[in-house]
Design a protein around this ligand. Structure first.
Ligand code: SAH
Length: 387
């Protein structure tokens, strides 16, 4: 195996539980193509084995702290089996879940999502790409899927010098797959849908919102209606709102699939819609806000904070007394404290008194490692209007 030498600062990152070593902390680059390399500190002490990406800003991603380990078929089998076993509590609750959450499962830059009998994978570093066939072979052994699709159309791959494409790696993968999630069924779109075909990361939050739903309900940023479906089981009437007509067509199809007839599908900009409802003094008993990431970069954070505050403030104002609001943010840059601060400010401006009933973070199949902030991005809160 080729080796890399890293600076004291680089070695300290690993010691502190973070798997990335940047190019600036590389003292000697491996004289090798992308793949697995042994890493030593500046005193020559071997400190582990890492994925090596020659073109990326992130040069090394820790695979194993044992410098003598061989990254062979057996290693992949053990490592992937461990990640999959960590999800066993979800069996029976859902047919779709994330089997590998990259760094959160100590397998940097790999995502594997299961949709019933199919898998969707994302290989997001040059070093990992080198192990594509080992990973595919091991997943076939462990999961016996009917097909594996690579959703490698992520811009991140370009920073690694990799192409972006969507291609089957094994068997066949249909255009649409039915997911059964805590008693609700919906279609995922693995080839073209957002992420790997659906938003698996909000699954338990949808259940939570569904449990407290009643009366008139509003699901803003509904996409394929996944929250709306859960709300519809208890609420009298649900408005699924999205800016995308195509997403709403799918939401309507998902309502029919569940024999639910209390859904209404509204194509609108959520900001304008909420403003108009506030002006009309309209009231909802249940509201869900699950917007896209407003802060894609740190620089975008102040504007994003204003955006989050605006929709939350308006939603709070149109909640009926005793009404429930489930609100979320998936912006990595909006940290947990900032998310809470934004909600506190919105509550103060809303003139309403709101109880924080539950604070939510990452679901079981998207593990957030405390020393790897990049593994966490979802924050959620369930609020109840007291008056
Ligand atoms: N709640 C969904 C995921 C939402 S993804 C789930 O659990 O599956 C975010 C959605 O917001 C996308 O469908 C996108 O079309 C929609 N969107 C983005 N900006 C919007 C806006 N200003 N108004 C309404 N919808 C918007």
């Amino acid at each position: 195996m080729h080796s890399a030498t890293v600076s004291a600062k680089g070695a300290r990152r690993w010691a502190a539980g973070h798997p990335w070593i940047y190019r600036s902390d590389l003292v000697t680059a491996p004289a090798a193509d992308a793949g697995a390399v042994r890493v030593t500190d500046q005193r020559g002490k071997p400190i582990g084995v890492a994925l090596w990406s020659p073109l990326s800003e992130i040069s090394l991603r820790l695979l194993d702290r044992n410098p003598d380990v061989r990254i062979d078929a057996e290693w992949w089998h053990e490592t992937l089996a461990r990640a999959i076993a960590r999800r066993s509590a979800l069996a029976g609750e859902t047919t779709a879940c994330r089997l590998v959450h990259g760094e959160g499962d100590l397998i940097p830059s790999l995502v594997v999502d299961r949709y019933d009998h199919w898998l969707v994978v994302q290989l997001m570093s040059a070093g990992l790409e080198r192990f594509r066939s080992e990973i595919v072979r091991t997943l076939i052994e462990l999961v016996h899927p009917e097909g594996i699709l690579a959703r490698n159309d992520v811009p991140l791959r370009r920073k690694e010098g990799l192409d972006t494409s969507v291609e089957p790696l094994h068997g066949t993968v249909p255009d649409e797959l039915e997911v059964s999630e805590h008693g609700v069924r919906y279609l995922a779109a693995p080839w073209r849908g957002q992420k790997t075909g659906a938003f698996l990361d909000q699954r338990e939050n949808r259940v939570l919102a569904g449990r407290v739903a009643r009366g008139r309900a509003l699901d803003c940023f509904s996409y394929h209606g996944s929250f709306a479906l859960h709300l519809a089981r208890r609420a009298a009437h649900v408005i699924a709102l999205d800016a995308s007509a195509h997403a709403l067509t799918r939401a309507a199809e998902n309502f029919r699939r569940n024999a639910l007839s209390n859904g209404e599908f509204v194509e609108a900009n959520a900001f304008e819609y909420l403003k108009a409802r506030e002006r009309d003094r309209d009231r909802f008993d249940t509201i869900v806000l699950d917007p896209p990431a407003f802060a894609k970069t740190r620089a975008a954070l102040p504007g994003a904070m204003r955006g989050y505050k605006e929709i939350n403030l308006r939603a709070m104002r149109i909640l009926s007394p005793g009404g429930m609001l489930f609100t979320a943010s998936c912006s990595y840059h909006l940290t947990k404290p900032l998310f809470l601060e934004m909600l506190e400010q919105a509550a103060a401006d809303s003139g309403r008194r709101l109880v924080l009933r539950e604070l939510r973070g990452q679901p079981l199949d998207h593990p957030e490692v405390l020393t790897i902030p990049e593994t966490g991005y979802i924050k959620g809160a369930l609020l109840e209007a007291l008056d």
